[in-house]
Design a protein. Sequence first.
Length: 174
Amino acid sequence: MTDGLLLGPGAGFQISGAGMTLKVGDEHSRAWSAFETVVCPGFDVGAHLHNHAEEFFYILDGELDLLAFEPRAEPAGDWRDWESANGLRVMRGRPGAAMFVPAGCPHAFANPGRGPARMLFLVSPPGHEHYGSQFRVFRNCHRLNRIERTKSSQNDLPEATSRKRRRARANRGP
């Protein structure tokens, strides 16, 4: 018989500078990896898709704009303006909101708020924790956030920094 894994609050493997904590990875599960993630204000992962991975996002704190559908027309402009063939639009998710993303489905999330958002993120198959380059956008988000905190005591981030974050796009993953 195999034992399970018990983790207390804040426990897990910290992904350096990315605001992500690996809770369960391929070392423990053959089905999925689980992360607790802090999403900085102004961060936009950008619309992207994974050909072989399914993802599930659950908002714990804050707000995130969420997209999980194929756009009706050829994508142009900001993904927040997209609409599906069924009339779906981007949703503003608050604590308790969830988003399931099947393999091959375009998806995105962004933090439109003034404070950080926190989410639980599951991905199947497991092993996402080994795709370090995908966490680069989170690292940039947290690095920019630290720089801004030292430059200003205000909670508002300058528009130039927000533009830089929106330009940081997730690369296509597994």
